[in-house]
Design a protein. Structure first.
Length: 174
């Protein structure tokens, strides 16, 4: 099984409080605010700015999202409060192994943290994967110091190890 180029568009997922769908051009400023929040992104574990290799333009991160989707390298969901249009976070499937496994990450804007939106979005993507058959297995990890992410992962996945830096989790979806 290969995850590459299976989807023609980002699916729309609804929960009781959230809508997850594609990141669009109207989301660029809100998405940039999340990506460029250095303090919160210390626990994200990925340097979006450094990965560009150049000074970001306003459209840079949006272009990465659309290119990664087109190439089958990532599936980024905008996280929104139901009934509202503002992007408040992102859930992303990425790091596919081309054998049915991918990693799931989630980040929520600071002003919306602590409301359970991250865990709700995370679970919604897992449930969608189970229904769609998009993957057979999802993995996740969090820095050992990231207590809120650890709680989120423990609600939705099974622990499967740790090292000096991370706690690791998985969920079989077949």
């Amino acid at each position: 099984m290969s995850e590459k180029n299976i989807l023609k568009e980002v699916p729309c997922i609804e929960t009781d409080r959230l809508l997850l769908n594609g990141i669009g051009t109207d989301d660029i400023d809100d998405y940039n605010a999340i990506v460029l929040d250095k303090e919160r992104n210390l626990m994200w574990g990925y340097d979006d700015v450094g990965a560009l290799g150049t000074e970001p333009k306003r459209e840079s991160f949006y272009e990465v999202v659309t290119t990664d989707f087109k190439n089958g390298d990532a599936l980024n969901f905008a996280v929104r409060e139901k009934g509202k249009t503002k992007l408040i976070g992102e859930a992303v499937l990425y790091d596919f192994d081309n054998r049915g496994c991918g990693e799931l990450g989630c980040r929520i804007a600071a002003e919306y943290s602590g409301l359970g939106y991250g865990a709700e979005a995370y679970k919604a993507v897992i449930d969608w994967v189970k229904r769609s058959g998009y993957l057979r297995k999802i993995v996740g990890k969090c820095f050992k110091g990231n207590i809120s992410s650890r709680k989120m992962l423990e609600k939705t996945m099974t622990p499967c190890g740790e090292d000096d830096k991370y706690y690791y989790y998985y969920v079989e979806v077949e």
